[in-house]
Design a protein around this ligand. Structure first.
Ligand SMILES: Nc1ncnc2c1ncn2[C@@H]1O[C@H](COP(=O)(O)OP(=O)(O)OP(=O)(O)O)[C@@H](O)[C@H]1O
Ligand SMILES: [Mg+2]
Length: 129
């Protein structure tokens, strides 16, 4: 079984505050499904930010797709982020763009050629009508 995410004794503090996550150790295998629950302030969003590389741990080891997130070269991070799909509650669409152009933003940012971009979205399961 491929391990996609591994945390070992991870701790996170914001600034000089107390640790909001302490001694988190977990392993997520490819194809597995997990739920993260807890009361407000428990640290769910903080843990997810560590997972999608928006936050660095204050201590411990985090490995994503086999790469240590603390020691990996900076220019590796965007490529890894592109392999992680996140659906945010507040999806912040860009008002001046159509629905199609909003969905196309990540492809265009990655430099996908326009014709291919249109094909990919037209063949997706999204109904544009
Ligand atoms: N950017 C930040 N700077 C300082 N403290 C923060 C920051 N973000 C979160 N915290 C603190 O970290 C702790 C965990 O917050 P977090 O937002 O991760 O919890 P949560 O489980 O997602 O809560 P909720 O269910 O309300 O979304 C809280 O005490 C919060 O005040
Ligand atoms: Mg939250």
């Amino acid at each position: 079984m491929t391990t996609v995410v591994k945390f070992e004794n991870v701790g996170l503090r914001y600034g000089t505050g107390a640790e909001v996550l302490r001694d988190i150790s977990l392993r997520l295998d490819a194809g597995s499904l997990h739920f993260l629950t807890g009361p407000s302030g428990a640290g769910k969003t903080s843990l997810l930010k560590l997972l999608y590389l928006a936050q660095q741990p204050s201590r411990g080891l985090i490995s994503i797709f086999g790469h240590d997130v603390v020691t990996m070269k900076r220019d590796m991070r965007p490529g890894l982020r592109q392999r992680i799909g996140v659906v945010f509650q507040d999806f912040r669409l860009l008002n001046h763009l159509s629905a199609f152009d909003n969905v196309a933003v990540p492809l265009r940012v990655r430099g996908v050629e326009e014709g291919r971009c249109v094909n990919m979205l037209a063949n997706s399961s999204i109904g544009w009508g």
